[in-house]
Design a protein around this ligand. Structure first.
Ligand SMILES: Cc1ncc(COP(=O)(O)O)c(C=O)c1O
Length: 311
């Protein structure tokens, strides 16, 4: 059986709904369409990346059932990798830290992953901590029977996200004026764009970042709370040549948009989605009626209960 057989649980990755916002978009504005990625098995578009990276590695013979996949992770990517590894008969070890939420550790462990915790000593997420996590993961991956997944470098990351663009193209046809989304590694933006181009669509592309961490526009971060984005001044997968613009959105506005999305549209998502939808609405107002803006609800709001967005 093909490991990515459509009848197996891995076949439940992708094929997510895309919905048009009903009430948050002012009259006279363009349409805003949102791809609901919380509908993936672990509640995140990272499942697309994980299944792409691991099935390609198995197909190349880089890793075989019983071997151990290694990654350093704040938890969302780790949960997707743990899930796909479980289905493919691979072991998974995450290098994690107590600076990230305990529920993400529990989710990785629920899928049978081993979680090694680097101490943050109460200093939060710092470059020093991330460097320590990376070195530990690299050292572990050197051992026989271990494979480094490489979420920040594998070419299979962009390939995995291409399906998002293909699905958007199939659902909406041509007539997408702008595609906007936040950038962490840039994998989701570049992969979705690849899929849109494959479907014959050439929308304008706008990258987004929190106003508190304008890494793309100014190369600085003052610390922010929008999980998953604004990680690198030079995101590993981002080709700035594809961008028509970069916009910043204040994180408090992003979080307020999350709450309004849940209460008025029934879309329950995380902070990066709030940022995406805030920018999409701005763009829709500027473009006016008769146009279409598309963005992504990156992951499910259940991952953020207990955090500052919903409490
Ligand atoms: C919730 C969330 N939003 C957005 C992103 C950014 O995606 P990418 O790294 O593909 O740019 C991530 C990535 O970790 C994420 O977890």
């Amino acid at each position: 059986m093909d490991a990515h057989d459509d009848n197996g649980v891995l076949g439940a990755i992708g094929g997510t709904p895309i919905v048009r916002l009903e009430s948050l978009v002012p009259d006279g504005a363009a349409e805003v369409w949102v791809k609901i990625e919380g509908a993936n098995p672990t509640g995140s578009y990272k499942d697309r990346m994980a299944v792409s990276v691991l099935t390609a590695a198995v197909a190349r013979g880089d890793v075989s059932p019983g071997d151990t996949v290694v990654e350093y992770t704040g938890g969302s990517t780790g949960t997707s990798l743990a899930f796909v590894a479980a289905v493919l008969g691979l072991r998974f070890t995450a290098v994690f830290s107590d600076a990230f939420s305990a529920s993400k550790q529990q989710a990785m462990e629920a899928f049978g992953g081993e979680v090694l915790v680097e101490a943050s000593h109460g200093d939060g997420i710092t470059p020093e901590l991330v460097g320590r996590m990376r070195e530990r993961a690299y050292a572990l991956a050197e051992q026989p029977g271990h494979y480094y997944a490489d979420q920040f470098g594998s070419p299979d990351v962009i390939a995995g996200y291409a399906s998002m663009g293909e699905e958007i193209g199939a659902a909406l046809g041509d007539g997408i004026d702008v595609f906007c989304t936040g950038v962490g590694t840039g994998g989701a933006l570049m992969g979705t764009l690849r899929g849109l181009h494959g479907a014959g669509l050439e929308p304008q592309v706008v990258a987004l970042e929190p106003a508190e961490a304008p890494l793309l526009t100014e190369g600085v971060s003052h610390g922010h709370a929008v999980e998953g984005v604004a990680v690198f001044p030079d995101p590993p997968f981002l080709d700035r040549g594809v961008l028509d613009g970069i916009r910043t959105i204040g994180q408090e506005r992003a979080f307020e948009t999350c709450r309004r999305l849940a209460r008025t549209e029934g879309i329950f998502a995380g902070g990066s989605t709030g940022m995406n939808v805030s920018a999409a609405i701005d763009l829709a107002v500027e473009l006016g009626a008769g146009h279409r803006v598309v963005t992504i609800a990156c992951d499910h709001g259940l991952k953020y209960l207990g955090g500052r967005i919903y409490s």
